[in-house]
Design a protein around this ligand. Structure first.
Ligand SMILES: [Zn+2]
Length: 374
């Protein structure tokens, strides 16, 4: 059997790690094209611009706000005009995904600097492309993972806590989905048809244990802008472990169910990881997990403030028609829910969703839950 496991070229993380951007760019070339969000230009770049500029010639471009084909084309043209060997993507998920596409299409090295830890996108070799109006369009796989990922935990600690918590929701799903894919020998995201090596499954498990054990302290640390080991561990779980885990092991029920809920407009204001958290809970019922595991996941989600009911993802009174629409998307033949070991039907997925919501509501009414209380 051949396995394929995917990694970014380098992963650099810590307090003040953004200062390593200059030396990392210099390692790969003489000049770089930096794509950044408004926040990056306002709050982050000024503090170390001189240092960065001293290591390499850097041309900058502001991200327009959507990771769509038009924006990618615009930035590829600007990158070609600027010359140089390296593309830097600095900001949130859409900036990173756009920079990945620009680096791929303009054949340059890629350095990713996430300014939030809201998902496991930074280390992966895929961009999610939207229409200019922000409607999901398609995934765009790339031939290489980023050459370097630099995560400054001080920047993460100063970002809104909701992002870190959402990242934990995304990371929460990784082990359950990895285990399902391993049990069924499902191909991972490498497009080789291979499964991941044992390393990938071990990292996915470490991802789960890390968020469960350090998630609440990390949340508190972010609220008080304190960089402490618990925060460092959770940032690593959200970004590196979850990234390696999902890409090298594969996705299954949690993300399959999350994809279903994105079909409803009401969930638009909720972050990917928040919906994935509810998807994870529903997947536990779908796959017949025991009460101990189910309660561990619910207690964790309640403690850090992740949704545990449909109301928590914007659906306090979902109609049967809407629920049916969600189930229809989930049972589509290309949905990763079919990586679960049992056949998944409209009825079985609806039952799991209804029960996940009921379980979350019952726990809420039986004790006063919320961040720090469970
Ligand atoms: Zn995800």
């Amino acid at each position: 059997m051949i396995t394929t496991t995917l990694f970014p070229g380098r992963y650099i993380q810590g307090y003040g790690a953004v200062k390593r951007l200059g030396p990392e760019v210099a390692r790969l070339g003489k000049s770089a094209f930096l794509i950044g969000s408004n926040t990056v230009f306002r709050q982050i770049l000024p503090a170390f611009w001189e240092e960065l500029d001293g290591c390499a010639r850097v041309v900058t471009a502001k991200f327009s706000g959507e990771c769509c084909d038009d924006e990618i084309d615009r930035l590829v043209k600007l990158a070609d005009k600027a010359g140089g060997e390296v593309v830097i993507g600095m900001g949130g998920g859409k900036v990173m995904d756009t920079a990945k596409a620009v680096a791929h299409l303009s054949k340059r090295y890629l350095v990713i600097v996430p300014t939030i830890a809201a998902s496991d996108a930074p280390c992966s070799a895929v961009s999610v492309i939207y229409t200019p109006d922000g409607v999901y369009n398609r995934p765009m796989p790339h031939p290489r993972n980023p050459d370097a990922v630099i995560v400054d935990t001080k920047i993460i600690a100063d970002a809104p806590v909701r992002f870190l918590v959402a990242g934990m929701g995304d990371a929460l799903s990784t082990w359950f989905e990895a285990e399902s894919c391993r049990n069924k020998s499902v191909a991972n995201m490498s497009f080789t048809g291979d499964t991941g090596a044992m390393t990938a499954y071990a990292l996915a498990h470490l991802c789960y244990r890390t968020v469960i054990e350090y998630g609440l302290v990390a949340r508190m640390a972010c609220e008080s802008h304190s960089v402490v080991p618990a925060l460092e561990r959770v940032v690593e779980a959200n970004t590196l472990l979850s990234g390696l885990g999902f890409e090298s092991c594969g996705l299954a029920g949690a993300h399959g169910i999350q994809i279903g809920f994105t079909a409803l407009k009401e969930t638009e204001d909720y972050l990917h990881g928040e919906i994935v958290a509810f998807g994870t809970q529903a997947s536990l019922f779908l796959t017949g997990r025991n009460k101990e595991t189910i309660d561990e996941v619910y207690s964790f989600c309640e403690s850090v403030g992740l949704p545990t009911t449909l109301a928590g993802i914007g659906l306090p009174e979902i109609s049967d028609a809407d629920l049916d629409k969600v189930a229809g998307v989930i049972v589509d033949k290309d949905n990763p829910v079919h990586n679960e070991s049992m056949p998944v039907t409209r009825d079985s997925v609806l039952a799991a969703i209804r029960l996940a919501d009921h379980y979350g509501k019952s726990r809420k009414s039986s004790h006063n839950v919320g961040p720090g209380k469970a």
